[in-house]
Design a protein around this ligand. Structure first.
Ligand SMILES: [Zn+2]
Length: 355
């Protein structure tokens, strides 16, 4: 797990809230959540902004990191940069969330402008899950264009700055025919979508969705291209063991009701653990002693620690987003609700969102 780049603050100050002009809470919660995931925060804060602040340069020249981030936060308040790209606007907004001043909420204006959005666009509600993928894709495009590395006149990649390289997780599908021929496909994504309906916990839902097996036999045999005939076969889904530094789960809280043809919010609770091990993510529940990562002595050790939770209250068609975020230095949990930030009930370790 990556450490925070910002020193522990003895006063345990909350992050700065973000003002919500209209219905922009979907964007504010994404910024708060990404700001509190150390690998993403580090990569964006240390990104060399060609148009503006250079936190990395200041730190390299001996400026304490907290001062460099504060300077970046100050310039976010002092001048408008409507021409800023998304990366630059997000870098400054992160600095504002981390370094304050807390009595004045941060503004989404520059980030929205970088997206090409007007105030009216911000006032229109959006889906935070959809925007997450759009935002990561937009950051990647900007950073890829920015940091082409030239080797003997030829551009090589991928860019070392890409945000997606911290997030991309692959779901593998392997089909093995009875003669042992293996067909494999990998689907990379920025997040793993898990079902909530009918599930008790994130880990159980993860197993039901991504660690499944299916047998093809009888009338349902598999057409093996190598054998050239239909064969009995087993299809297995699994996660690529080359896991990313940051894992994002999106919870399928919106169902479609095929009887009424309406979207429906799934309000049942889902237990989310504070840590996840590689065994939680890779060991097939049906594998028993053949568990994929049994040989790895660290398989049961915590590999991921919960860093942020984005919550939606309301119905399938309207509602409000808030974010519970963990300060990586002090481990304190905060609840960011637009401009207001207060201690999060997650800090107690016991939290039922229905209460
Ligand atoms: Zn075959």
């Amino acid at each position: 797990m990556a450490e925070s780049v910002v020193e522990a603050d003895s006063e345990l100050l909350p992050p700065t809230g973000i003002r919500n002009p209209g219905a922009s809470d979907y964007l504010a919660v994404l910024v708060q959540a990404l700001t509190h995931v150390p690998p993403i925060r580090n990569r964006l804060l240390f990104w060399d902004n060609p148009d503006g602040d250079k936190v990395a340069d200041a730190v390299a020249a001996g400026t304490p990191l907290s001062d460099a981030v504060e300077a970046c936060a100050r310039s976010a308040m002092e001048d408008d940069h409507p021409s800023y790209r998304i990366t630059g606007a997000l870098q400054r907004l992160m600095a504002r969330c981390i370094a304050g001043p807390r009595e004045q909420a941060a503004e989404l204006r520059d980030l929205a402008a970088a997206f090409g959005w007007s105030g009216a666009d911000l006032a229109q509600g959006h889906d935070a899950q959809e925007l997450y993928a759009v935002l990561i894709g937009a950051l990647d495009s900007e950073l890829a264009a920015d940091t082409v590395v030239e080797v003997s006149g030829e551009a090589v990649g991928p860019s070392p700055n890409l945000i997606s390289s911290l997030l991309t997780v692959s779901v593998k599908r392997t089909i093995t025919c009875s003669e042992g021929h293996v067909s494999e496909r990998a689907d990379p994504a920025f997040s793993l979508q898990v079902r909530v309906a009918g599930q008790l916990s994130l880990v159980a839902s993860l197993h039901d969705t991504f660690l499944t097996s299916e047998t093809f036999d009888g009338d349902n045999q598999y057409s093996c291209s190598q054998c050239g005939v239909h064969r009995d076969a087993i299809m297995r889904h699994s996660l690529d063991p080359d896991l990313p530094p940051v894992l994002v789960f999106t919870l399928a809280r919106i169902d479609f009701d095929f009887i009424t043809f309406t979207r429906r919010k799934v309000n049942s609770s889902l237990e989310i653990p504070a840590t996840l091990s590689k065994a939680d993510l890779l060991n097939r529940p049906d594998a028993g002693a053949d568990a994929d990562v049994d040989a790895d002595a660290d398989a049961d050790a915590p590999a991921y620690q919960l860093a942020a939770v984005v919550c939606h209250s309301g119905t399938a068609n309207a509602g409000h987003y808030t974010a519970h975020v963990r300060d990586p230095a002090s481990q304190t949990w905060w609840l960011a609700d637009d401009a207001n930030v207060e201690p999060s009930p997650l800090a107690d370790g016991e939290w039922d969102p229905r209460r």
